[in-house]
Design a protein around this ligand. Structure first.
Ligand SMILES: CSC[C@H]1O[C@H](OP(=O)(O)O)[C@H](O)[C@@H]1O
Length: 344
């Protein structure tokens, strides 16, 4: 992604350290955070310094590579197993995290007790996972742009951009490439309470690339559907089940219901690292419940009644029946057929 004319990835491995754009500071401050051990990356994922399903998948992959560099040889496998389990436990919903961590873990332990080779393979495997994510997201953008009509007004929710992946994005990869194809698109950006990934991160990415857009409150989208100002909805996903149900940022489900009511196509864009072939349907996906203070406070200042409790599920489930198609690196598929593409 271009930031002030310079090319960046959201997360990368350099000089034996994992580096990432601090997404909690954007768009007000551009800061690169860097870590030398996997425990710091566990905190970074929990605190959403890095966030977005494919981005935390890559961060987890690099964290295992870092663990392999630091693991004492006398307990190499046990140290890596602990790192794997602690990283996967940081955020339960996005399946890319488990997929990225497990991929590098499995590749690395194959070479024990050749510890030097294991350490080299760990870094190569993590870099391979991240590079495949970038390539998959670019393909998603190219394939997805085919369903974007000229002059389309597109609603998107949360941030499914380059910041939520390693580069390009998923929903925003489609939007970026449609813009590059001069399709004259306009984007309605849901602010996405309570952490404002839309108002802060999606709006930042779109402004950086000169893509016309407006921020709206989450509750305003219904009004723009009613005004017939939304032609298409494209979101990302955090987990896609065997039957095509998806988990995505809280508020996605209601956009899908509105889209159905107003006969507007609702697409989900995701790489294959977001598919979970071990989960049959959406009801089986663990939903991350985050701290109530994310709702009640901003930067420590209360904006809600301090004495009242708040419920803060970070994701919801959108059933396959509300999804027009799932945009993958291999093509666009009906939800019920998408998971099969991963198996092929
Ligand atoms: C490329 S899809 C990213 C996906 O992850 C976001 O969640 P979070 O910001 O909590 O990591 C959101 O659900 C996006 O759609």
């Amino acid at each position: 992604m271009q930031i002030d004319g310079k090319q960046y990835l959201s997360v990368w491995f350099e000089n034996e350290r994992v580096k990432m754009i601090d997404q909690n500071k954007l768009p007000f401050e551009f800061r690169i955070a860097e870590y030398s051990n996997y425990l710091e990356i566990c905190d970074a994922i929990r605190e959403m310094t890095v966030r977005g399903a494919p981005a935390i998948g890559a961060a987890g992959a690099y964290a295992i590579a870092l663990a392999a560099q630091n693991a004492p040889e006398e307990k190499f496998r046990a140290y890596l197993r602990t790192a794997r389990d602690e990283l996967i436990a940081t955020r339960p919903t996005a399946i890319d995290l488990r997929n990225g961590v497990n991929y590098v873990y499995e590749q690395t332990i194959k070479f024990i007790p050749d510890y030097r080779h294991s350490r080299q393979v760990a870094i190569l495997a993590a870099r391979e996972f991240a590079k495949k994510s970038i390539d998959d997201c670019y393909q998603i953008g190219k394939i997805g742009s085919e369903i974007v009509p000229q002059g389309a007004r597109i609603l998107t929710h949360c941030n499914a951009g380059a910041l939520a992946t390693v580069d390009w994005g998923t929903a925003l990869a489609v939007i970026r490439i449609a813009h590059q194809q001069n399709k004259d698109i306009f984007v309605y950006v849901d602010e996405t309470r309570p952490r404002f990934q839309g108002a802060r991160l999606t709006a930042f990415e779109l402004e950086q690339e000169g893509i016309p857009h407006t921020i709206i409150t989450d509750s305003a989208s219904g009004f723009y559907f009613w005004k017939k100002e939304i032609d298409l909805v494209i979101t990302g996903a955090d987990r896609i089940c065997l039957n095509g149900d998806i988990a995505n940022k809280i508020g996605t489900y209601e956009k899908a219901v509105l889209a159905k009511e107003h006969k507007v196509p609702f697409y989900v864009a995701a790489p294959f690292s977001t598919f979970d072939l071990t989960t049959k349907e959406g009801a089986d996906i663990p939903i991350e419940i985050r701290d109530e203070d994310e709702i009640k406070r901003i930067n420590g200042t209360y904006l809600a009644n301090p004495g009242s409790p708040a419920l803060n599920p970070s994701f919801d489930i959108t059933p396959a029946k509300l999804i027009t198609g799932i945009i993958t690196p291999k093509g666009i598929f009906k939800p019920k057929d998408a998971a099969r593409q991963v198996q092929i």
